[in-house]
Ligand binder design. Structure first.
Ligand SMILES: [Zn+2]
Length: 78
């Protein structure tokens, strides 16, 4: 699925593995190794990254990690 317009595709342009930060488990930092594909979207007329619902826009960390950091920022000191 195109990350910009949401058009569904059955093939992809290229793919690569990314290391994505997730919520820590005890004192251990957790990184997910995910494969992110790009699609040659006809609607957009260019190559776009696929949409993955559990990642934020920049795909460097998961949505639940972003929510966790947001909660910590609201309650904690600098
Ligand atoms: Zn598109």
């Amino acid at each position: 699925m195109c990350g910009a317009c949401g058009t569904t595709h059955h093939t992809w342009y290229d793919r690569k593995r990314r290391r994505v930060r997730d919520i820590a488990c005890a004192d251990y930092r957790i990184y997910l190794d995910v494969e992110v594909r790009r699609v040659a979207c006809r609607q957009c007329g260019t190559v776009k990254r696929e949409r993955l619902d559990f990642l934020v826009e920049n795909a460097l960390h998961t949505k639940r990690f972003a929510r966790y950091v947001g909660r910590r920022c609201r309650a904690g000191t600098i």
